[in-house]
Structure formats: structure tokens, C-alpha cells
Design a protein around this ligand. Sequence first.
Ligand code: TXA
Ligand code: MG
Length: 317
Amino acid sequence: MIGTDILAVKKLLEAGEVVGIPTETVYGLAGNALNDDAVLQIFKVKNRPQFDPLIVHTNSLEKVKTFVADFPPKAQQLAEAFWPGPLTLLLPKSEAISDLVTSGLGTVAVRIPNHPLTLELLSELDFPLAAPSANPFGYISPTSAQHVEKQLGKKIPYILDGGASQVGIESTIVGFEEEETVVYRLGGASVEAIENVVGPVRLVAHSSSNPKAPGMLKSHYSPRKPLFINALEEVVKAYDAQKVGYLTFKKTSPLVPAEHQRILSSSGSYAEAAKHLFAYMRQLDALEVEVICTELLPEKDLGRAINDRIRRAAVRE
Ligand code: TXA
Ligand code: MG
């Protein structure tokens, strides 16, 4: 069921159950990160391979520090600048974190999410929450409780409803190699904002086989309908225009019916576009169309992370 009963959610989590929780990025499928049975249940509900590690969520820097073996100065600077918020740090794990959560890796991904209900929940728990995005493996991430309900509702006892996710794309994943700051997944904290805090970063986020973030398979975030990038004219020639959906950044196209189009942000705001991206992909996927077309945004600010998600969702040769 969907609801706002934090106490009920707390009890379920304490009993080792897995529930849906809101965050500012996307909804998570959460369980007690210190309980291996609960962690196994997350992989099972999501149909996710166990070689793909989970992010550990908590509500204070003090608690984060008990889950990591080292917290370097750059991590401290980033934590102070972005937490609670859409940033995940990859750090050497402490004994407290089991190999199941990290898929046997020596690092653990940690994040303090920025959502009032989830922060309240986390403050009442005496364990952190392991939580991947609450979508079946391979599909678009959920940005509302209803998205979670639709796909996982029958498999979990409760979804905590915190409204629409305000950021709308997953957290940026950042780690450290020697002296370098490395971005492994583009996300809700822009590269520019991160560089303002710690100086230049190395981007490995576009790699399709990235050993540091094994979950970054290219097939992630896909709608069921084929999605084509920057090819509206060709697609309209090849298909009936009535069968084409169009996801556009700022303005509609005269080539396809208006009701088959979604504008990410008519004012050209990257933040607004990110907030709408996954919900609009789902809406277009649910229409009576055969294909979805989309355009890329300028490669800056959150446009980069949005384009990353669009590319991962797209049809490739
Ligand atoms: O915004 C988010 O990060 C959301 C919300 C719920 O917090 N969570 C999320 O989790 O996107 P998930 O599991 O869908 O994506 C986490 C990514 C995966 O690609 C995983 O491989 C990577 O983080 N990851 C987790 N732990 C890791 C580790 N120890 N080393 C390398 N990559 C890791
Ligand atoms: Mg995910």
C-alpha cells in the first residue's frame, strides 16, 4: 500500500522487510543494510543481479563515518557542500558493511538523501538503509510513489509517499583514485558544481563497462518502446506520424500530434527538465505509439546527466 505512516515503515524495516521510500533523486527500494536477509530481498524484488552493489543511505555524517574506513578531506568538502543531496561517495568500506551490499568490492557507496520524510525515517532507525532505485532491473527509475506501486506494488508491503521527486535523476557517484576525484555516474549534482568545490574531476561516467560502477550497464533506464535520438524527421518518414511520441527540451514539433509530445522545460531550465525526464518517458511509453523520439540537451549543467540517461535508453546499432 501507499501511505505516509513513518512508524509503520519503521516497524516493517525493523522486521527485515523491504519498502519503497521517497528521495529527492528517485524512489528507492529500501531495506536494513546491516541485515543480509533484507539485502537479499532487495535483489530479489528488483530482479537485480547480486554483482551490482547497493548505495547505503543514512541521515548524518557521524553515522556515515561508521560505514567507511577512511573519509579523505575531499570527501569531507563534498559532503559539506552537497549533503543532504544528490551526491553518492564511494569510499573504502568499514567492517560494519557486509560484502553482499558492496558485491564483494572494497568500497561502499554512501549518501545522505534530501527528503524530509526519509530523513525523519532514517533518524528514527538504528541502522542505515540499502536502497537501489525502486524499478525492476533495466527499466526507467521511479519518481513518484505511483510509479513504484505500478511495478513493484505486489511485491512490497508499503511505499512511503513523499510526492514527486524534486531532482528527478539519480545521484552523481563520486570516488577518489590517488589524488584524483573521479565521477563514475553523472547525476543530480552537476560536474560544474562538484568542480567548484574540489577542482577538476575525471569523468569515467560514459564508459559502458565500468568496473567501479558495475550497475552502469547501457541497457539501464530503458522504456519498452524503441527510443531514437535526434532523428524525428527520419522516424516520421519511416513510421506513421500518429505512432510517434516526442520528448522535447523546450518546444513542440509540428511533425507529430501535440498529445504525443512532452516538453521537458519550456523555459529551458535543466533542473526542471531533469525533474520531468523519467515521468515523461513513462507517459510516452504508455501511449499508443510505436516509437519515441527525443532530442539531446546542451552538454552542460544537468544537461549532461539528462543526455546520459537518454543515451542509455536509446536504440543502438
Ligand atoms: O539517487 C540515487 O542514487 C538512488 C536513490 C534511491 O538514492 N539510488 C540509485 O541506486 O540510483 P542504484 O542501485 O539504482 O544505482 C547505484 C549505482 C549502481 O550503478 C551501482 O553499481 C553503483 O551505484 N554502486 C553502488 N555501490 C558501489 C560500489 N561499492 N562501487 C562501485 N559502484 C557502486
Ligand atoms: Mg538504478
